[in-house]
Design a protein around this ligand. Structure first.
Ligand SMILES: [Zn+2]
Length: 248
């Protein structure tokens, strides 16, 4: 199905789309779609790529066409049959851009956390170059796409890894455990629509549980701040890897 017209309805969402790129979208068809966490790449038949970054609250809504657009419609791809693919985003933080054939992504994207490309070997090589701690590294979309703050804390707890561990000091065994833990928490937190949600809150082991007892070892959960985000963790059982020297 070909795109008949592309329309920007919110200046922030469309700020990376020139009038010329909007015109270029007309007549194109989408040959393949890849999702990397909050990023989506729609590969078009002329080799160009429509890159959508959904950020906090954006998602596509399929609209049969005619009548009123869905609430919070920010960007619309109208297809030749009159149906519309609508980017709805209450906070209008999403961005859309058209990348020329072969153009590199402005954000280098790691594999999606739910894909088979996210494995211990990838994680080890991505972490080897990082000077930051493992917790903020897990939130870095160039390491792995699709892990939010809650899931990073929960996965580190499951894998018994100290969130303050320098990323480059995470070893092979911990990387294996961490990949398995990430898959488990994402599987638990995903609803039927395939989007990440916080509806699994009742089953959280550390996130937002400061001062409560760890269900595994009874130590009180602590909250620290890393890269301006809260990290909840258990000092009692998140002890891997054994620290070389005592960390603050
Ligand atoms: Zn514990």
């Amino acid at each position: 199905m070909r795109i008949a017209r592309a329309t920007v309805l919110h200046p922030h969402v469309g700020r990376r789309l020139s009038k010329a790129s909007l015109r270029r979208l007309a007549g194109r068809s989408i040959s393949r779609v890849e999702r990397h966490g909050k990023h989506q790449l729609a590969l078009l038949d002329d080799g160009s790529t429509l890159h959508v970054h959904f950020r906090m609250s954006g998602d596509w809504v399929i609209h049969p066409g005619g009548g009123e657009l869905p609430r919070f419609a920010r960007f619309v791809l109208e297809l030749e049959d009159g149906s519309q693919i609508v980017l709805a985003d209450p906070r209008a933080l999403s961005t859309v851009q058209l990348l020329a054939p072969g153009a590199p992504l402005t954000t280098r994207l790691g594999p999606d956390a739910v894909s088979t490309a996210f494995d211990a070997a990838h994680l080890l090589s991505a972490l080897a170059r990082r000077r930051i701690a493992i917790k903020p590294a897990l939130l870095d979309q160039s390491v792995v796409a699709g892990i939010g703050n809650i899931y990073a804390a929960e996965a580190l707890w499951l894998a018994r890894i100290d969130p303050r561990t320098p990323a480059s000091e995470v070893g092979a065994r911990d990387a294996e455990r961490l990949v398995r833990a990430v898959r488990r928490v994402l599987a638990r937190g995903r609803d039927g629509s395939g989007r990440y949600t916080t509806s699994g809150a009742a089953r959280l082991n550390v996130y937002d549980r400061e001062g409560k007892r760890c269900s595994r070892c009874g130590t009180r959960i602590e909250r620290i701040v890393q890269a301006a985000r809260s990290t909840y963790w258990c000092r009692g059982c998140q002890v891997s890897p054994a620290p070389r020297a005592k960390r603050p």
